[in-house]
Each structure stands twice: as C-alpha cells, then as structure tokens.
Design a protein around this ligand. Structure first.
Ligand SMILES: Nc1ncnc2c1ncn2[C@@H]1O[C@H](COP(=O)(O)OP(=O)(O)OP(=O)(O)O)[C@@H](O)[C@H]1O
Length: 276
C-alpha cells in the first residue's frame, strides 16, 4: 500500500516558486505507470508500481541498494521490458514514443576515447546528426555546460567532472523531452557534485524536460526534485512533494526537514544492523 506522507510545514507551502524559475512544461512529456512489475527469475524486484509524472516535473527515485531503482529507470527509458503492467510517455505507449525524445545519463560518462569532446557531443544528435544545425547545436550545449573551449580535446585529458559535463551535453543536444539520470554524480567529489547539481537544476529549468533521477543521496534528491519516490520491497512506500523555492539552497532547515522525513521512512523498516 502506498503511503503518501505530507511534507513538513514550510514558509513556502502552497506557493509556487517564481515563474521565471519554473521549467516550461511544454518541453517535457508526462509519464504514467500502471501496475508495473519486473522479475528476474524468482527475484520479484518491482511488484506493482503505479504513479504519474507531470510534463516537466523533476522526480528523484531513492531507496536501499538493490531495491530496483535502476531497474525502474531502465524500463522507463526502454532498455528493458516489464514482466507486467504498462507505462505511457506523453500519452503514447512506450513502443510508439519517439526514442530520441528520451535520453539517459549514467554514472560513467561512457565517452568515445578516440573522438574529440565535440564529436562525443555530436553522437547525441542521433538521427539529427546530419542536420545542418547539428554542429551549432553541439557547440551551444557545450557552451551551456562551460566546456566549449575544450571542444577539440580528447576525453582522457578531462577531469571526472568535466567528462560528466560532456556526457550531460551529449544527453542535452537532441533536446530530449525526458531525461533520465542513473546516479550521474555518484563518482564525483563533494564540491564537483554540488556544482553539477546546480548545473542540472539550471539546464532542467531552461529546457523544461521531464527529469528522472536515481540517487543514493537523499540530500541530492531534496535539492533537485519536485517529488521524491521511495521504493521499498518492490513498491513505492513514499511519494513526497518537495515544495521548496528554486534555486534550492543546500543545507537549509526546510531541506533538512524533508531529508529527515525520507531517512526516517528508510530506517523505519531497516533490519537490525542494516544500513539504509
Ligand atoms: N539483468 C539482470 N538480471 C538479473 N538480476 C538483475 C538484473 N538487473 C538487476 N537485477 C537485480 O535486480 C535487483 C535490483 O537491482 P537494481 O540495480 O535495480 O537496484 P538499485 O536499487 O538500482 O541498486 P543500487 O542502488 O545498488 O544501484 C537486484 O537484486 C539485482 O541483482
């Protein structure tokens, strides 16, 4: 049974953040998931998920290691097929949705080592690669992530954070309407991680895609998401709206209250000696 927990009271509850900072919702696609199940042999990982994501919403998916976060993301982006249930993206069954509208970014940047930074970004253009404006778009997205000066470099000379910015640029270049992130910042040091979180919030605000973020980091989920979904024992045990203004302030008392609420829920069902 889903437990929908109300957010703690905040000074901003009930108000929407400033209009200028809201994503343009016509950029993103809505998602509707009904009775979604996934089993690997005897392992029933997802046991019936039902939820909706509004166009342009930023959703974070959290839960213990092995609870099925990446499995859910892989299903939604079409990298795997459900055992049962359905989902629709932008109102279309997933097999008719334009796959180029949905992009995914992983923890490893997965750059082609033999291709320049710019060529790596152009890979993300897919079918649009031949379009005359393809190169201009690739340069524009590199500029957006602050790496246009490095367009001619090989990936091996970049830092971990810079490689992830190239991967983000490659994901953004096709102007996706759904962008899924599987622990994209998991391998970065704390400071780089914070600056990447700011960048993710900015590009999402500018482009208005629907964002799905899998993360182990509850603070990151609260910093970025409109809603946090907690998966436990194959079901959504918490669907929490994070009604804080943007850009978000890390470490604020209100953010800490949301984090505490999610962590309490995570530890509630922990077995003795088990970490969340
Ligand atoms: N292709 C697969 N074949 C068999 N089992 C799989 C496969 N993919 C995932 N699993 C299993 O499904 C379960 C959920 O895995 P998943 O990677 O979705 O968890 P997660 O919540 O993302 O974990 P983590 O936070 O550690 O990355 C695990 O028990 C995993 O072993």
């Amino acid at each position: 049974m889903n437990t929908r927990v109300k957010p703690p009271l905040t000074a901003w509850q009930g108000e929407r953040p400033a209009a200028a900072l809201q994503p343009q919702s016509n950029g993103g696609l809505s998602i509707r998931v009904d009775g979604l199940k996934k089993a690997f042999g005897e392992n029933n990982v997802l046991r019936g998920l039902d939820f909706e994501v509004a166009a342009g919403e930023f959703i974070a998916i959290v839960g213990r290691s092995g609870c099925g976060k990446s499995t859910l993301l892989r299903l939604l982006v079409g990298l795997d097929t459900p055992t049962a249930g359905t989902f629709r993206i932008g109102g279309s069954a997933v097999n008719v949705v334009d796959r180029e509208a949905v992009r995914v970014m992983f923890q490893e940047p997965r750059l082609l080592p033999w291709a320049s930074v710019l060529s790596n970004v152009e890979v993300g253009l897919g079918r649009q690669r031949k379009a005359a404006e393809g190169r201009a778009r690739a340069l524009e997205t590199l500029k957006r992530v602050g790496l246009v000066e490095r367009r001619g470099d090989w990936p091996y000379v970049l830092s971990g954070g810079q490689k992830q910015r190239v991967a983000l640029s490659r994901a953004l270049v096709s102007q996706p309407r759904v962008l899924a992130f599987d622990e994209p910042l998991g391998a970065l040091d704390a400071l780089t991680r914070i600056s990447m979180q700011r960048l993710l919030e900015q590009v999402w605000t500018d482009q208005g895609f629907t964002a799905l973020l899998v993360t182990h980091d509850v603070a990151e989920a609260v910093t970025l998401a409109d809603r946090v979904l907690l998966i436990e024992e194959g079901r959504i045990s918490l669907d929490l709206r994070i009604d804080l203004p943007r850009p978000r302030q890390r470490g604020s008392a209100d953010a800490a209250a949301f984090e505490g609420l999610i962590l309490r829920e995570l530890f509630k069902n922990a077995r003795p000696g088990e970490d969340a």
